[in-house]
Design a protein around this ligand. Structure first.
Ligand code: FAD
Length: 295
């Protein structure tokens, strides 16, 4: 029996989770597990692994979370999206996750597959993440469920209120926790959280953090998900456009300041998009003194 997901987020402590992605090459896999090993010193409460666009990496996602669970005896969450899957295929995945003692599911719609501008449910599939939450709640109720929230509003939503109504639908369907999209201006997060609370979303809302370690990479991610990089922060990064170690240091410093302010103002937890690396996250956490760690 897994610890209920919401129980990590109790008053007086900041829960910690790390998100990995399935490696594409044997070298990537070796590096992933090296970094996972180092990150365990930070004593995360649980870790997650993304589900590749198009469902292309579904076997690998399960393999990564199973490996980490076996190696470190830590709770794990598999992300799962609706892309290119019938309901029966979603059920089959959830059954395999059950058989492998996966603890939690991060229930997502997924982005439209390459070549599609608008998300279309696969024939015999589902259209929105709230339907996946319902499926998991109804048929695989042993899983804790996390869903995605968007401090700066999901790119396809016509306005923030509609997006929040849709988030509430996911929570009402049975989600235990909301993990947010990355953001760099805490005001966006606090405004989002206040609005969630005002409309009766009471589950933990966990900020997702992606420390900048490479300007080009972050600009690409930000252009995909619509997050805003504050002008001052961007200007500092651009002071030395070709200096990778400068970007790393400025990004880590910004993330420490951002996380410190989030913790001071009271958050349920922190979710790090670690991108299969450990240096930045460990440097940030060592400054935050969240857990008694060797981090
Ligand atoms: P939904 O909640 O279904 O929302 C999608 C859009 O539809 C929104 O604009 C929403 O407002 C609207 N909407 C929702 N419900 C309804 C409804 N009932 N009626 C009308 N409109 C509605 N992507 C991956 O491919 N793999 C991953 O592993 C992955 N992990 C992620 C983890 C986190 C923490 C986050 C924040 C995102 C992740 N993503 C991942 C990206 C995510 O799949 C995309 O942002 C996707 O475009 C939306 O997914 P969703 O689950 O939020 O969708």
């Amino acid at each position: 029996m897994s610890k209920p997901l919401s129980e990590f987020y109790t008053a007086g402590r900041t829960a910690l989770s790390f998100e990995f992605f399935p490696p594409k090459t044997p070298r990537g896999e070796t590096l992933l597990y090296e970094h996972v090993g180092r990150l365990m010193a930070c004593q995360p409460d649980f870790v997650t692994c993304t589900y590749g666009a198009g469902g292309s990496t579904r076997d690998k996602t399960l393999e990564v979370v199973c490996h980490i669970k076996q190696q470190y005896d830590i709770p794990v969450a598999s992300h799962l999206t609706l892309v290119n899957s019938t309901v029966d295929q979603l059920r089959a995945y959830l059954q395999r996750a059950t058989d492998n003692h996966i603890n939690y599911i991060v229930a997502l719609r997924g982005d439209p597959p390459a070549g599609q501008r608008v998300f279309q449910a696969a024939p015999g599939g589902l259209q929105y993440a709230n339907q996946l939450v319902e499926l998991v709640r109804d048929e695989y109720s042993h899983f804790g469920i996390a869903v995605a929230g968007y401090p700066e509003t999901h790119v396809e939503a016509p306005n923030p209120q509609v997006d929040l109504d849709n988030l509430k639908r996911k929570v009402d369907a049975g989600a235990d926790v909301v993990i947010t999209q990355l953001f760099y201006d805490n005001a966006d997060f606090f405004r989002f959280r206040d609005r969630c609370r005002a409309m009766g979303i009471t589950v933990p809302i966990v900020p997702g953090m992606l420390p900048v370690t490479n300007l080009q990479q972050v600009q690409r991610i930000v252009s995909l998900c619509g997050a805003n990089l504050p002008a001052k922060f961007l200007a500092r990064l651009r002071e030395r456009p070709d200096d990778a170690s400068w970007h790393f240091d400025v990004g880590v410093e910004q993330a420490i300041g951002q996380a410190q302010q989030l913790i001071e103002q009271g958050i349920d937890g922190l979710h790090f998009y670690v991108l299969n690396k450990s240096q930045a996250t460990m440097q940030i956490l060592s400054q935050l003194a969240l857990h008694p760690t060797d981090c």
